[in-house]
Design a binder for this molecule. Structure first.
Ligand SMILES: [Fe+2]
Length: 261
């Protein structure tokens, strides 16, 4: 078997594909110094030249590539392997950053993501996606691609716009009896914008006690332009455990925050 010239690293990033006068979307699943693999339902013939627009922070890196490989699953077209037509210092820097991210977080947390609705599960992929009802075949391993804060007090401005902020408020009755717990989530400490190009598309709430795996208990879908990236859930009953929030930016991927309740 021919060995790849460069190592590939997993990624999970929404990208846009520009070819001739068309625009399509896809998810960047892995990247190397010589090319990228993009999950997309847009069928492009081999050798098609296109530009992949890759969000890096708040900038867009435009990478000229050509289609070198077509991917199919169960006879359905599901992605393209591409070769770079031109490299740049910024692209190589981005690949190096992915390398570092993978090395620091790859084995810490195992996650799978649904390629249809972006729902993330922990440890294993479900038989059926709880949100889009798609099959387990739509899930791919994206361990290392989920953004997790290393140190909350050293976040950059860009990170502060994406990591969800969790605010808890408990209410008690006159006899100090527990009434409810409100979990308010804001994205983020600096509010994320909500325009078509760059917005928070949903907030997923997960809960697990100390013995059970994390399970998603609610999703709030957000409509860009008319809503702030905020959501509140009211719990009538609470067991001690860990509340995990994932916010999904349509351009900059998934971001996780956690708290104990
Ligand atoms: Fe964003």
């Amino acid at each position: 078997m021919k060995k790849r010239a460069f190592d590939r690293y997993p990624a999970n990033q929404n990208v846009r594909l520009y070819f001739e006068n068309n625009i399509s979307t896809g998810t960047l699943l892995n990247i190397s110094k010589s090319g990228m693999f993009v999950n997309t339902r847009t069928c492009l013939p081999l050798k098609t030249k296109l530009e992949i627009h890759l969000p890096i922070g708040e900038d867009i890196l435009k990478v000229p590539v050509k289609v070198a490989r077509l991917s199919r699953k169960d006879d359905i077209y599901d992605g393209i392997g591409t070769e770079l037509l031109e490299s740049s210092a910024k692209y190589l820097e981005f690949v190096d950053d992915q390398t570092r991210i993978v090395k620091t977080t790859e084995k810490k947390i195992k996650t799978f993501v649904c390629s249809v609705c972006d729902h993330i599960t922990f440890d294993t992929a479900p038989i059926t996606c709880p949100f889009c009802s798609g099959s387990i075949d739509n899930f791919h391993d994206n361990s290392g691609a989920l953004n997790i804060p290393e140190k909350i007090d050293t976040l950059t401005e860009f990170e502060k716009k994406h990591f969800p902020l969790i605010i808890l408020s408990r209410e008690y009755g006159p006899a100090q009896d527990f009434k409810h717990l409100d979990v308010h989530v804001k994205v983020g400490a600096i509010q994320h914008k909500m325009d078509v190009e760059d917005h928070i598309s949903f907030i997923d709430f997960y809960f697990n006690d100390m013995h059970l795996p994390k399970k998603c208990i609610a999703r709030i879908n957000l409509n860009c332009n008319i809503l702030n990236p905020e959501a509140t859930l009211r719990f009538r009953d609470v067991n001690p455990g860990i509340l995990t929030i994932i916010s999904n930016c349509n351009t900059h991927g998934s971001w996780l925050s956690e708290t104990t309740i």
